[in-house]
Ligand binder design. Structure first.
Ligand SMILES: *[C@@H]1O[C@H](CO)[C@@H](O)[C@H](O)[C@H]1NC(C)=O
Ligand SMILES: *[C@@H]1O[C@H](CO)[C@@H](O)[C@H](O)[C@H]1NC(C)=O
Ligand SMILES: *[C@@H]1O[C@H](CO)[C@@H](O)[C@H](O)[C@H]1NC(C)=O
Ligand SMILES: *[C@@H]1O[C@H](CO)[C@@H](O)[C@H](O)[C@H]1NC(C)=O
Length: 506
């Protein structure tokens, strides 16, 4: 918002200056006096030149009406390299901006302008029209036909946490898949560096209907409506696309509570399986963390595993403790951070109910993650079982990636880029182990996740556990299965329905 306000300050200043002049008769009288002075020789020459110029322009105008191609050739223009005109067929123009892609806040502003103008009551994918044409900006000609016909781009800017962006991006990728549009990630403004520093290039994983086609020029991105040929979405504009109308269209209208959310859950799961995947460097780091973590497991379970008659795997619980700027949603926490003991109690409650492979006689091994370094120590001290977390790693390439401080968005934005990069890598390793995403049947296997639904790590943990793994046998009324669930939310603890949401809107 502030950026847009700054952009607007120039014209505002300008107009206020002119009105101040208008209100001062002295200066305007002075100007009048000046213009009444006899014309100097130069002025007369200039006037003559002006008349000539007007004549030339008149001829050009006539030519332009009668013989447009001639005019085009004369000035070396043809349609292909003409910039889109401001009076576009689709009625949209972002031409007043000078730098593309726009910032997330500027796209938000463009959506806000649209949405105040009309209310859409039609289908989610009905295209709002402008004088009969689908609302859009103009598109430059693509003489070689190499630009994708139709795209969805997720714009990363880092104004929200990593997991929050991923949760939203997963839906955008799924929508692109369903609509036969090519999916791109734009990281021009990303405060964490480049997407491919951490993840595989999405265009190589989700190739879309026109493999190898080129991304559109960012001048042609449109934030709203979503039916524009090159739709761009980011954490701020998501509320215009993944809110009520999205729920109406994509949730299961016959399902109750959790069951309503099943299709959206599936969309996220599919995207994390096929499109949003750590790159090779990150996979290696995740692997190193897992190998080191495995060595922490008590010997007893290793012996059991050696026994051919059991299919026992080395399984663990994950605990994610979000501090920093995130306030728990549950009324019972009174807006105060959730105490360590609440997480510990949740582990043993789950253990005693469980049909899990972990023996009840020993405390589960815990992979522990938190943005807050002191919380890791506090939990490890209070817990009577084995814990492992990044700062405790013996590998220097891992322990330097641990979260340096409680996550407050504005404080994070002020860290040097190198520190943000490290923290992002650390967060991604934590995310992999907390949620079980990208793990498959690999050991150690995530048994249960003790998290808070107010944190996006918590939301994604359900995706990693899978529908049945996370929620158990969800009944017809859409209630979570409290005996079998392995997704344990210590924040709302089931006091709000549905108990899980796929993503957060900002
Ligand atoms: C661009 O700026 C001009 C001058 O401020 C204004 O008249 C015009 O409406 C703007 N166009 C758009 C599409 O916002
Ligand atoms: C893309 O558009 C071109 C030209 O309109 C068309 O020939 C082509 O079939 C389209 N490709 C796809 C995959 O829709
Ligand atoms: C996407 O492509 C498939 C296969 O060509 C087609 O069946 C489907 O209708 C298309 N979907 C949309 C929304 O165009
Ligand atoms: C660990 O603590 C839990 C309760 O906090 C208790 O139920 C369990 O028996 C303890 N386990 C061991 C091995 O001390």
């Amino acid at each position: 918002m502030s950026t847009f306000a700054q952009q607007q300050s120039a014209p505002l200043l300008h107009s206020s200056t002119s009105s101040r002049f208008a209100g001062r008769p002295q200066s305007s009288r002075h100007a009048t006096v000046e213009s009444c002075e006899p014309l100097s020789r130069t002025s007369r020459a200039l006037a003559a030149f002006g008349v000539m110029l007007a004549g030339v322009l008149l001829v050009l105008i006539i030519v332009s009406y009668t013989n447009q191609p001639l005019l085009m050739r004369t000035f070396g223009l043809d349609r292909a390299n003409l910039h889109p005109s401001t009076s576009s067929h689709g009625g949209l123009s972002y031409q007043n901006y000078t730098s593309f892609p726009l910032l997330g806040t500027q796209y938000l502003h463009e959506c806000a302008k649209q949405m105040s103008g009309f209310m859409s009551h039609g289908d989610y994918w009905d295209a709002p029209r402008h004088h009969g044409a689908p609302m859009d900006v103009d598109h430059a000609n693509d003489p070689h036909n190499r630009i994708c016909n139709s795209t969805i781009t997720y714009l990363l800017d880092g104004k929200v946490g990593l997991a929050a962006d991923l949760g939203l991006m997963a839906q955008a990728a799924a929508l692109a898949q369903e609509r036969n549009r090519t999916f791109f990630v734009d990281d021009t403004h990303w405060t964490r560096g480049k997407w491919t520093e951490y993840f595989e290039d999405v265009t190589s994983l989700q190739r879309g209907p026109e493999p190898g086609c080129l991304p559109p020029p960012p001048q042609e991105f449109v934030a709203c409506p979503r039916t524009a040929r090159h739709w761009v979405i980011n954490s701020l504009t998501a509320k215009y696309h993944l809110g009520h109308s999205f729920e109406e269209h994509y949730e299961d209208p016959y399902g109750h509570q959790l069951n309503r959310k099943k299709p959206v859950f599936d969309m996220a799961q599919k995207s994390f399986a096929s499109t949003i995947r750590p790159n090779e460097e990150m996979r290696t780091l995740i692997k190193i963390a897992k190998v080191e973590f495995l060595r922490k497991f008590p010997r007893e379970s290793e012996q059991l595993e050696a026994d051919k008659h059991t299919t026992l795997h080395r399984s663990y619980y994950s605990v994610h403790i979000r501090r920093g700027d995130r306030i728990p949603h549950g009324w019972m926490h009174h807006r105060k951070p959730i105490a360590t003991q609440v997480y510990i109690d949740a582990i043993f409650q789950r253990l005693h109910k469980s049909d899990s492979l972990i023996q009840s006689s020993q405390s589960p091994v815990v992979y522990l993650a938190s943005d807050s370094p002191p919380m890791l120590e506090q939990f490890a001290e209070a817990y009577n079982g084995t814990t492992f977390s990044l700062p405790g790693s013996k590998h220097s390439e891992l322990n330097i990636l641990a979260s340096p401080q409680d996550y407050h968005q504005e404080m994070f934005d002020k860290l040097p880029l190198q520190a943000r990069r490290k923290a992002t890598k650390g967060a991604l390793i934590d995310l992999a182990l907390i949620t079980g995403l990208w793990g498959g049947e690999q050991e150690p296997r995530l048994d249960s996740a003790v998290v808070s639904v107010s944190s996006n790590f918590g939301r994604l943990a359900a995706i990693g556990l899978g529908w049945e793994g996370a929620f158990g046998n969800v009944d017809e009324m859409g209630d979570i299965d409290n005996t079998r669930k392995k997704w344990i939310d210590v924040d709302l603890q089931g006091t709000e329905l549905p108990v899980w949401q796929a993503f957060e809107l900002f």
